[in-house]
Design a protein around this ligand. Structure first.
Ligand SMILES: [Zn+2]
Length: 439
């Protein structure tokens, strides 16, 4: 019989059992960081508690969150890993810096055991969206800057699939291997996936002429946006699944299953919380807030309550696939710091994306130009730039329709300019969607 789950016992565990396992692992981690890390001891002291005061998962909220800014500060004071690198050097295996797209990268350490666990649960995730031994995996995730590449590589090795470690290289080379190595699985950022689809179309290669059956997209939000998912699926002839990770936490610790019902987290190794973006108070399941993660088994550079800045909404109902691990429905809904407050409304780039990609006349690329007052930081203007995908007789009329659709969706009026095809910059890594202009 075909193996359904990679790790059936863990993946379908009753939630009460899972919580018991989490609290056991949490206590192990808290005692360990308290003993070995001055960085964490200071935080316990400030909160006026000891590890033994944390008896339930709820008690964890007595500790403050850890932000990326604090990690940067800590690593610049205590080079190169900060005082939260708690594993002895003899156990170290790999160093992974964050992408550094915003400021100095944060260094993360994996021990031998960490890398083994990451490989195993990444295999669990890619198995979950249907990757099997017979597959040819074209891994267009970066192997250098963003660590998802290497995690998927190790996972493919565990499953026993054939892998092409191509990395985030040019679309020309990607298409060459799609055609000649007959890749069946593609892993990339969603913007790169769309770009490859666009290039295939330009070359006159139809989706049915290549062998792809699965695409999984991470590194940026957007895959679960219905209009984006449809473009990826139609353009590449695949089923498209969302994939999620962060350098500081783990390259790959959540992915969609074949039900396409949101990102399943690997809850036996990562404790998931959602906090209010303003008050940082815990929210209930179903409420939209900032994702905060605690490492339950990480040895190298463990994070206790890491503030990801990513906005999610959780669902803990058992999924149609039979897995019990919690899901972020709709994927990553935005970045807390990408949120644009304009005339009293909160705008996320993902909402703009959903509207732009619902117009067949428009291409995949878009940009949001936000004008702010230099002194106050108040947003005075928001303009959406999009591109034509086909020839349109009356561009002005199309602009008006896009404007109206955006106003209905965002509840605030924004400006729209539609450009000729290929006017906006393309990316093979992560797309930069918001541009700030100060006046
Ligand atoms: Zn599922």
């Amino acid at each position: 019989m075909e193996r359904v789950y990679w790790d059936p016992e863990i993946e379908t565990m009753k939630r009460e059992e899972l919580e018991k396992l989490q609290i056991k692992k949490l206590r192990w981690q808290l005692e360990r960081v308290y003993e070995h890390s001055e960085f964490y001891r200071e935080r316990f002291r400030k909160a006026g508690i000891k590890p033994e005061d944390i008896k339930s998962l709820e008690d964890l909220s007595k500790l403050p969150v850890v932000t990326k800014t604090e990690l940067r500060q800590e690593q610049s004071n205590y080079k190169p890993f900060g005082r939260y690198a708690v594993a002895p050097q003899s156990d170290w295996r790999e160093l992974h810096p964050s992408t550094g797209t915003t400021g100095i990268p944060v260094n993360t350490l994996w021990t031998y055991r960490d890398a083994e666990i990451i490989a195993d649960h990444t295999a669990r995730l890619i198995w979950g969206f249907g990757v099997r031994k017979e597959d040819v995996i074209q891994n267009a995730f970066s192997y250098g800057l963003w660590v998802a590449g290497i995690a998927v590589h190790y996972a493919a090795e565990k499953i026993g699939s054939f892998i092409i470690p191509i990395g985030a290289t040019s679309s020309e080379r990607q298409i060459h291997y799609l055609q000649h190595a007959k890749s069946t699985v593609l892993l990339a950022t969603p913007s790169f996936g769309l770009y490859i689809a666009e290039k295939l179309k330009e070359k006159g290669v139809k989706p049915e002429e290549i062998s792809l059956r699965i695409g999984s997209f991470g590194g940026e939000a957007g895959t679960e946006n219905p209009a984006t998912r449809k473009r990826l699926e139609d353009g590449l002839g695949i089923d498209a699944y969302d994939f999620y990770g962060l350098a500081e936490i783990g390259p790959t610790f959540a992915a969609e299953c074949e039900e396409k019902a949101g990102l399943h987290f690997v809850e036996d190794h990562y404790l998931i919380e959602v906090l209010d973006p303003e008050t940082r108070e815990p929210l209930s399941v179903g409420e939209k807030g900032v994702l905060v993660i605690t490492h339950l088994s990480r040895e190298g550079t463990p994070m206790i309550r890491y503030w990801t800045n990513d906005i999610v909404r959780l669902e803990d109902e058992k999924c149609g696939c039979g897995r019990t691990h919690i899901r972020a429905v709709g994927g990553i809904l935005g970045r807390a710091d990408d949120m644009i407050v304009y005339k009293g409304e909160n705008i996320y780039p993902s909402q703009v994306e959903e509207v732009v990609r619902s117009f067949p006349e428009l291409g995949n690329e878009y940009k949001i130009v936000v004008t702010k007052e230099k002194d106050t930081g108040i947003v005075t203007d928001v303009k959406v730039l999009a591109e034509l995908a086909v020839e349109v007789e009356n561009v002005g009329e199309l602009e008006e329709r896009v404007k109206k659709a955006l106003r209905d969706f965002l509840l605030v009026r924004v400006d729209v300019e539609i450009l000729q095809p290929n006017s906006l910059e393309r990316t093979e890594f992560k797309a930069k969607r918001v541009e700030f202009v100060f006046e």
